[in-house]
Design a protein around this ligand. Structure first.
Ligand code: ZN
Length: 157
């Protein structure tokens, strides 16, 4: 992304956390499909790269369904598995309806959540109507499963 000028190389105070992020580069529009000139004037407009086990969530109330039978899962069971995964466990649970065994990334989340070790948070990059991150952009085609967790506050992939 640095080479393609989607983000700047130097990390600055451009995100809302105690860490530093990469500011938008001259060709940031390659990543979001729709140019948003106001993005460059915002205080929080950077890309934060996080590593380590982390839950990437949409900050929304969600429903979680079984990938095999579609049955909606009880939130308290899902929350338990999220807490277990976040504490270093597998987070694997069986569907209460058909018995399918699922890891957290296997469930059908109506607002995608992701469970992984590498995250990209794009602060305020998707504010314009029609903007979206490409499903599989060349700039981050890293050969691993990617999932986008979107919220009004931030975007993680
Ligand atoms: Zn099921």
């Amino acid at each position: 992304m640095i080479e393609q000028q989607i983000i700047g190389e130097s990390r600055t105070n451009c995100i809302l956390s105690g860490d530093l992020g990469h500011p938008p580069g001259l060709r940031y529009d390659r990543a979001i499909r729709v140019e948003d000139p106001t993005l460059l004037r915002l205080t929080a407009n950077g890309l934060h790269v996080s590593t380590g086990r982390q839950v990437f969530h949409s900050m929304e109330i969600i429903n979680v369904g079984c990938p095999r039978c579609g049955a909606e899962q009880l939130w308290n069971r899902v929350e338990e598995s999220v807490d277990e995964w976040d504490s270093g466990g597998s987070g694997i649970r069986t569907c209460g309806s058909c018995g399918a065994e699922c890891a957290l990334n296997d469930w059908q989340w109506d607002a995608p959540w992701g469970f992984g070790w590498l995250g990209f948070t794009f602060w305020n990059w998707l504010r314009s109507p029609g903007s979206s991150l490409p499903r599989s952009p060349n700039c981050w085609d890293i050969g691993w499963q990617c999932r986008a967790a979107r919220s009004d506050a931030r975007m993680s992939a």
